[in-house]
Design a protein around this ligand. Structure first.
Ligand SMILES: *Cc1c(COP(=O)(O)O)cnc(C)c1O
Length: 383
């Protein structure tokens, strides 16, 4: 057994990253400023998107998008229940109604057929998730969105560096990335809103900072009146330069991070291929580059007679950390009580929600760490 605990994720922070943050701290300008602007620019170049706005989190980005699109009471938003709770929470907080679409059993991507069935005259927006670092079926989803006149916003929190049909996720349309410490690059906390919709970009750059239309840095450097006026009431969701400088340093290394993640994933797949009780996700054929944000497997609970939560507990006892991405939102207490959602509504989501588990995967992991994880799984299953 391992003597040292292996977490399921750990950010790759170099001494140079730490120095760069130190330099910002010493510079006299620590909030939104030149580093945030440079990070936005570099991000656009990497992803190929037209505009990017650095924010305090991806959750902030989703809040701003819902506001920017004017989504509120009476509106419906189609999303998977197999997603992070932030999306659903914000839809509800906006006064709108989340409509849960089911997913593909082996990729966890929202199923275009289920989206189609969830459409109604009240549908305003569809929010697919690019799950685990693979890409959702965008061709089908874009077709549905265009035909029904509904907006499409991609949750790309897992997908920095993912290619869909040869193109970077986020290059066209509107998408939101996250830089939470477990994501492929981190800024401590942070997010990026990307869009080629000029009107929405303008609205969101206004809403992200009090609705002033300028941020603190603009006011400081460009001699604009410090008494800038409110154009509409906005929020306080700007990214600080302390965070942005970390993002700049991290995005320069993203391709190396992904390469390492991929090599680790290949080893997992090889070693796990002999274990019938463990079923990794499959990779959609139009994912031309997988960013390997997560390595998710499903435990065959019927065959093993062992529940997933107990499986995670057994691994923890053997010093192996795991994650759960995600527990289906429609089965969580608030949603069951307030919306009457229940088991049986989304069979494929529920099947996965009971069985999924994310194994350790991060760039500083070694191949021996992967071997340790697989050994521990074997031991747990042979008990
Ligand atoms: C992490 C995550 C988010 C939220 O990102 P934050 O930056 O933590 O707000 C949203 N959606 C998915 C799928 C995520 O994994």
């Amino acid at each position: 057994m391992r003597s040292e605990f292996l977490p399921f994720s750990r950010p790759s922070i170099s001494e140079e990253d730490i120095s760069a943050v130190g330099e910002v701290l010493r510079s006299g300008w620590i909030t939104t400023g030149p580093k945030a602007a440079e990070f936005e620019h570099t991000f656009c170049e990497y992803v190929g998107c037209r505009s990017a706005i650095a924010l305090a989190s991806a959750t902030a980005g989703m809040h701003l998008v819902l506001k920017g699109l004017g989504i509120g009471p009476g509106d419906e938003v189609i999303t998977p229940s197999m997603t992070w709770v932030s999306t659903i929470n914000l839809i509800v907080l906006a006064g709108a109604t989340p409509i849960f679409a089911d997913i593909d059993r082996d990729t966890l991507m929202i199923s275009p057929g289920s989206v189609e069935e969830s459409l109604s005259p009240r549908t305003r927006l569809i929010v697919p998730v690019h799950f685990a670092g693979a890409a959702a079926d965008m061709a089908a989803l874009r077709k549905i969105a265009v035909r029904s006149g509904v907006a499409l916003v991609e949750d790309a929190a897992h997908a920095l560096g993912t290619h869909y049909s040869g193109e970077h996720v986020g290059r066209g349309g509107t998408s939101i990335f996250s830089f939470h410490p477990i994501k492929n690059i981190t800024t401590g906390e942070g997010g990026m809103f990307c869009s080629d919709d000029r009107e929405l970009v303008d609205r969101i750059s206004r809403l992200k900072f009090h609705g002033l239309g300028v941020d603190a840095y603009d006011r400081h450097t460009q001699g604009r009146s410090p008494q800038a006026e409110v154009l509409e009431p906005g929020y306080k969701y700007n990214m600080t330069d302390m965070s942005a400088v970390l993002g700049l340093r991290q995005i320069a290394r993203i391709d190396g991070f992904i390469k390492k993640r991929e090599a680790l994933a290949v080893r997992y797949r090889e070693l796990l291929s002999e274990m019938d009780e463990i079923m990794p996700l499959s990779v959609p054929s139009d994912t031309t580059r997988h960013a390997w944000h997560l390595f998710i497997v499903r435990l065959d609970i019927d065959r093993t007679g062992l529940g997933r939560d107990d499986f995670m507990g057994e691994l923890k006892e053997r010093n192996i950390g795991t994650g759960l991405h995600f527990r289906a939102v429609h089965l969580q207490r608030y949603y069951k009580e307030s919306m009457g959602t229940h088991r049986g509504m989304l069979p494929i989501t529920e099947w996965n929600s009971d069985r999924i588990c994310s194994l350790p995967l991060f760039p500083d992991m070694t191949f021996e760490d992967v071997d340790d994880v697989v050994e521990a799984i074997k031991e747990v299953l042979s008990k």
